[in-house]
Design a protein around this ligand. Structure first.
Ligand SMILES: [Zn+2]
Length: 242
């Protein structure tokens, strides 16, 4: 089970010791499966990724409902922090919990083994690379959302999707920090010849994995997902050689 270091989770501003963060990264990203000579190099990469998400995001340290000044039920101004993820109305007793929104992103390869990449049309991270995906709707499974979002954004119908792992992120939309839990999938496409670019996708295209730069992906969680995907592919290649 993945557990977050208390300092990271409670957002007290100062992260725990580097050793503690390394332990957390190992739990979260499964370094144990890596070969010893690769561990040091990769752990440094993952540490920088983790830092991006949780340390260099001071906005994340604020209460997630700090912009909600009034009770959404009765309108009273006495809407106080209850704990790190909820507020309570002192007038009517209404308690509102802020939970992360589920979203999906999908790795799709074509016959040449190139990755389907989208360029973002809108903020946040406008103009940067992204994977096809988006928010899970109410009443929808994550798998259904993955299929729907891919078809809506790039016009590709998927035969199947397989869940890989999840990554937390903060997605600033309309001036509000939406905490998300990004569910990362791989998908098998029925065809990869005809690509579209709809919704918040400016352009969609395939990129060879050898020339793929994770730093071009503007959303932190997606960048980490791409790094992990590339490392996994490297590992698979190495295993084939061994
Ligand atoms: Zn109220």
């Amino acid at each position: 089970m993945i557990t977050f270091a208390p300092q990271l989770r409670s957002g007290r501003g100062v992260i725990g010791s580097r050793a503690r963060l390394r332990i957390w990264c190992r739990e979260a990203w499964g370094f144990e499966s890596l070969r010893p000579h690769k561990k040091k190099r990769l752990s440094q990469r993952y540490l920088s990724s983790a830092s991006f998400l949780f340390v260099n995001k001071p906005k994340a340290m604020k209460h997630p409902l700090h912009q909600f000044k009034h009770c959404p039920k009765c309108g009273a101004a006495e809407f106080r922090e209850n704990n790190f993820k909820s507020k309570v109305c002192e007038a009517c007793g209404f308690v509102y919990y802020f939970n992360p929104s589920a979203s999906v992103a999908v790795f799709i390869l074509n016959e040449k083994g190139e990755l389907l990449v989208c360029k973002r049309r809108e903020e946040p991270a406008k103009g940067t690379y992204d994977l096809p995906g988006g928010f899970v709707d109410m009443g929808e499974t994550a798998e259904e959302a993955a299929l729907r979002e891919v078809e809506e954004e790039v016009g590709i119908v998927l035969k199947s999707v397989k869940f890989l792992y999840s990554l937390p992120n903060i997605y600033c939309y309309s001036g509000f920090d939406v905490h998300t839990l990004d569910l990362i999938f791989t998908g098998v496409a029925t065809q990869t010849e005809r690509l579209e670019a709809n919704d918040d996708v400016e352009e969609s295209f395939f990129v060879p994995l050898t020339g793929l730069k994770p730093e071009l992906f503007g959303l932190g969680s997606i960048r980490i997902a791409v790094e992990r995907f590339l490392h996994r592919k490297e590992d698979e290649k190495q295993k084939e050689k061994d």
